[in-house]
Write a protein that binds this ligand. Structure first.
Ligand code: PXP
Length: 240
């Protein structure tokens, strides 16, 4: 059964709206874990627009489940990951102007760097995942770099509106899963997943971990973070 990691970046985004000390993502992480989340995901961006160094340090001390640090390939961020030692890193592309992560990481283009980073992380006991489109070249490059896992980008599925399009995107995810598993990679998925669209993805066998942020934190504003996490977990565990 797939596990749920809650991405709590948006909690820090609200805090940064006033550059104050509330809401605290560390408190949010505790609430997510109490509600049954299997992991906490945060993206330490180079511009520190939401999650900052203090958050990651404290989350490393307080998260009892799994801390998954999303990050780009930049050396300064890699050094921070080596020092903090999250349980897992997920390597993502990062553009300063984007609202959220756009597209997958070009693992083929950056394969040398990816291989070097993976070796360094493995020395510290950190699992390495890459955020990729369900594309053969990218999946092969991830496996060749020695990574442990891939996170399949579900954004195109989430954006599809017509039944035919949705089925096409689901098939791409299934094919991506098959390629990744054949290459010995663990398969995660995430981006754009909501209470409405999680069902068909949750039914894809072999997906081990979902990273979901926006939809859960949006619902949490209205229902509280505990019920929001519990409901998503239920949808993942007992899909229609
Ligand atoms: N996975 C990755 C790699 C991401 O960059 C993000 C967004 O931070 C997510 C999952 C979560 O996406 P969403 O906020 O749309 O659930």
């Amino acid at each position: 059964m797939a596990l749920l990691n809650v991405n709590i970046d948006h909690v820090a985004t609200v805090r940064q709206a006033r550059k104050t000390d509330e809401p605290d993502p560390v408190w949010a992480a505790v609430q997510c874990e109490l509600a049954g989340a299997s992991g906490i995901t945060v993206h330490l961006r180079q511009d520190r627009r939401h999650i900052n160094d203090r958050d990651v340090h404290l989350l490393k001390e307080t998260v009892a489940s799994k801390l998954n640090l999303e990050m780009c390939l930049s050396e300064s961020i890699v050094k921070i990951a080596e020092k903090i030692r999250p349980d897992q890193i997920t390597l993502v592309p990062e553009n300063r102007a984007e609202l959220t992560t756009e597209g997958g990481l070009d693992c083929a283009k950056f394969q040398k760097r990816l291989t070097a980073i993976t070796k360094r992380m493995h020395k510290k006991g950190i699992l390495v995942s890459t955020f990729v489109l369900p594309d053969e070249k990218q999946i092969a490059a991830t496996a060749e770099a020695g990574c442990d896992a891939i996170e399949l980008h579900t954004g195109m599925y989430a954006n599809a509106t017509k039944d035919k399009q949705i089925e096409k995107r689901l098939n791409e995810l299934r094919d991506g899963r098959d390629m990744a598993m054949a290459a010995g990679l663990i398969v995660h998925a995430g981006h754009g997943l909501t209470y409405r669209n999680i069902g068909p993805v949750a039914r894809i066998e072999g997906l081990c971990e979902f990273n979901i942020g926006h939809s859960i934190i949006s619902r949490a504003v209205l229902t509280g973070i505990g019920p929001a996490v519990e409901e998503m977990k239920m949808l993942i565990e007992t899909p229609l």
